[in-house]
Design a protein around this ligand. Structure first.
Ligand code: ADP
Ligand code: MG
Length: 731
């Protein structure tokens, strides 16, 4: 009898909502109370130090060394006043999570006691003993030092009584070993390139910022049920489990009432987010049962990304207080939707103009179209790379299934914007130029009227991986567990490269005496023509699109380790090196890490499934087989003359089926173990990952198929693991 399963199901279904301590003040009063904001810097730092720090932050310069001690002093005081006992450099290695090494503020006082100290050296730079983080061969073990250095553009904060200092993580020789370093480089590149182009329209522009508004999807599972599923605990997804008779087909979960246990959790999470300065705003149910979403107000990309990384730690912590476990995996359950993380992305100037939004003036709209067209050209040129930037062993389960964008990058513009682009491509140059100059007589493409045209934005296409949504682009292929920086690095760098090329082309036309609007229109025309293949407003889930995309020359590769090759194509290397985002050596090292991570993920899943199949499932199925055999044997003893045969025919067919599934499972596990052994001796990381993809991963599917069949045959009382119908419905 499967007592553990029934015990945990009972425990989970009797659980009540946990009481949440609601602060007596309004959110504005406690918002960012755990963050060392400008206001707090002003309170805790000497005036000169404050000015110098703010100046460094605003001009993206390093903090002058002579002020580091003074900043550290003030920061420590604020942290101690707010209950902190430790500090840590908080960084984002290539593992998709964050890393911390905590140190106390304590130091000997020389008199047998201790003092609480913290100085500029500890703040600005550390050498974490981090030799075991993935580095793709950049650091040999004898040169295991890596440096972490404070990113002053991201404010320090207190989490769990620890002062957390957002830092970059680089090797002794200066190569990036994290996501933050290249992200900051990509943001600097887009700032420079986009400012150059934005100045055609407004010479007062000094900086362009990249904005990110992420939408985090996740699943909740009761913690007792979670603990009874070793696959969830060890891999983050269910490696087996037959579909529940009811799942998402009634679509009753989406925007349905939020269960009270979940509501309490969400409230708690929102309060914690606000204390940490994460501007959480939207929360709702998602399509699948037990699936939810949280979205903040968009922010500057580096900060938004830190906030997403922070959220991913916070959500785990808060969930546990409510006896839940959060699943950030892209596909925790087969047969129902997986989770993504839409990256809403736009560009804006320091003069307050959103560059990817229509404007009220003809010139403003020409600027809008200029940026849209350049973005389309960049996404077209680097579509394979952008796909690689969001690809992982876990996200591969989601993309291409009928719920998420396909593994092909295309852009949805909506019919109105498409119409405008068409008219520019085929329009009469002089007429367009006159029109932008305000000549109302000739309205062949009325760029001035774009705002009205775009108001009707209701036909948003949910099947597109990269959609224009009125004032931003929404990169929807990003995985729920991913560090958004990966996508943001590739996107911002690619657009920076394109804008730089665009400016060069326009400038050379200006040099040869062309008028500005004329030069811009001429370049736009040719870019629109060139990047046509990336534009697709149809159904991205259809098979026709896959065929059409291949005809258009878009990257249609589906083999994950091969998709990563896109990082090492000549056009990617040239783009990343010319924008200063990655050196070739960094790119090569990071791909080694990607292949290695892929292999490890599949390897772990294969081991877990092998164990579960052989130790949990096959023995239970055999036991049930015994019951049936016993029954058949006795019935045939009792009823003679063919009657026994007839009365046991169903049982005998079940026996046959169970025996068949059991044997297939054991055979497939053996095949999988052998495939692993063969793959493990391959030295080249890329080849090894491909072997795992081609020979190990398919076994996971076959084994699962047979286990799921057994789940339907074996006595429910005996089945050892919580079933989908038990995992997926929080009461
Ligand atoms: P959806 O309809 O896609 O669910 P939401 O209203 O949930 O959209 O918002 C999605 C996200 O887009 C939010 O984080 C929001 O702040 C962000 N967003 C809105 N405008 C912009 C913009 N111009 N740039 C970047 N992000 C934006
Ligand atoms: Mg969205």
């Amino acid at each position: 009898m499967s007592t553990l399963r029934f015990k945990v199901v009972e425990e989970a279904s009797n659980r009540k909502a946990v009481h949440v301590e609601i602060p007596s003040e309004r959110p504005a009063a406690y918002y960012a109370c755990k963050v060392f904001t400008r206001q707090k810097m002003f309170e805790y730092l000497p005036r000169e130090t404050f000015d110098s720090l703010v100046n460094a932050i605003e001009n993206k310069e390093p903090l002058p060394r002579q002020y580091a001690d003074s900043v550290a002093q003030g920061m420590k005081q604020w942290a101690i006043d707010n209950g902190a006992r430790h500090y840590t450099h908080w960084f984002q290695p290539l593992t998709e999570t964050t890393a911390e090494k905590h140190d106390g503020f304590v130091e000997h006082d020389g008199k047998g006691g201790i003092v609480e100290t913290f100085d500029g050296k500890l703040l600005v730079q550390q050498e974490p003993d981090a030799s075991s983080f993935p580095n793709g061969g950049i650091r040999n073990t004898f040169e295991a030092r890596g440096y972490s250095a404070w990113d002053i553009s991201s404010p320090v904060f207190i989490m769990d009584n620890t002062l957390c200092i957002p830092t970059v993580f680089i090797s002794y020789t200066g190569e990036s070993l994290d996501y933050k370093t290249p992200l900051l480089r990509a943001l600097a590149a887009i700032d420079k390139a986009a400012t150059g182009v934005a100045r055609y329209f407004d010479p007062r522009v000094n900086h362009v910022y990249s904005y990110l508004g992420w939408e985090q999807e996740y699943f909740l599972v009761d913690e007792a049920l979670y603990s009874a599923r070793p696959d969830l605990v060890l891999t983050g997804r269910t490696l087996m489990g037959h579909e529940s008779a009811k799942n998402q087909q009634l679509e009753d979960h989406y925007f349905g009432a939020i269960p009270s246990r979940v509501e309490a959790f969400m409230l708690d999470l929102e309060i914690e987010c606000h204390r940490l300065g994460i501007p959480a705003k939207t929360r709702h149910n998602e399509v699948a049962p037990n699936q939810f979403e949280l979205a903040p107000i968009f922010e500057e990309t580096n900060l938004a990304n830190d906030h997403n990384m922070l959220l991913m730690s916070l959500i785990n912590e808060v969930a546990r207080r409510h006896n839940f476990r959060v699943l950030l995996h892209e596909k925790p359950f087969a047969g129902i939707n997986g989770s993504g993380k839409h990256n809403n992305w736009s560009l804006g100037t320091d003069t307050g103009t959103l560059l990817v939004a229509p404007s009220k003036t003809p010139m403003g709209n020409l600027q809008f179209i200029t940026f849209v067209v350049n973005i389309m050209a960049a996404v077209h040129r680097h579509n394979g790379l952008l796909k690689a930037s969001i690809m992982s062993a876990t996200n591969a389960h989601r993309l291409g299934a009928n719920e998420a964008p396909p593994a092909i990058i295309s852009i949805f513009t909506g019919s109105k914007l498409a119409e405008i682009l068409d008219r520019i491509e085929s329009g009469d140059m002089d007429e367009m130029v006159r029109m932008v100059a305000g000549d109302k007589q000739s309205v062949s493409i009325n760029v001035a009227q774009i705002p009205e045209l775009l108001i009707d934005n209701t036909d948003r296409n949910r099947t597109s991986p990269f959609a224009f949504t009125g004032n931003r682009f929404e990169f929807r292929a990003v995985g729920s567990s991913a560090n958004c920086a990966s996508a943001m690095i590739a996107l911002n760098a690619a657009v920076a490269e394109q804008l730089t090329n665009f400016k060069q082309a326009v400038d050379s036309r200006l040099d040869s005496g062309q008028q500005l609007t004329h030069a811009i229109f001429a370049e736009l025309k040719s870019l629109i023509r060139q990047s046509r293949p990336i534009h697709f407003d149809g159904n991205g889930y259809s098979d026709e699109w896959k065929a059409e995309a291949a005809r258009r020359g878009l990257d249609c590769e589906t083999n994950v380790p091969v998709i990563f090759d896109a990082y090492l194509r000549p056009e990617s290397i040239s783009m990343f090196t010319s924008t200063g985002v990655f050196t070739e050596r960094e790119l090569m090292a990071r791909n080694e890490v990607k292949w290695e991570m892929y292999t490890k993920k599949i390897q772990i899943e294969a081991r877990v499934l092998g164990d579960l199949a052989i130790n949990h499932i096959v023995p239970v199925a055999s036991r049930y087989l015994q019951v049936l055999l016993d029954n058949v044997y006795k019935m045939q003893k009792l009823f003679k003359n063919g009657l026994g045969e007839e009365m046991t025919s169903t049982d005998r067919s079940t026996i046959q089926r169970i025996a068949h599934h059991n044997k297939t499972i054991v055979d497939e596990v053996t095949r999988m173990v052998n495939a692993r052994k063969a793959a493990n001796v391959i030295e080249n990381e890329r080849e090894k990952a491909i072997a795992y993809h081609d020979t190990v991963a398919p076994c996971l599917e076959t084994i699962r198929h047979h286990i799921d069949k057994l789940e339907l045959l074996v006595d429910n009382e005996m089945w050892p693991l919580p079933k989908y119908r038990e995992l997926l419905f929080i009461r």
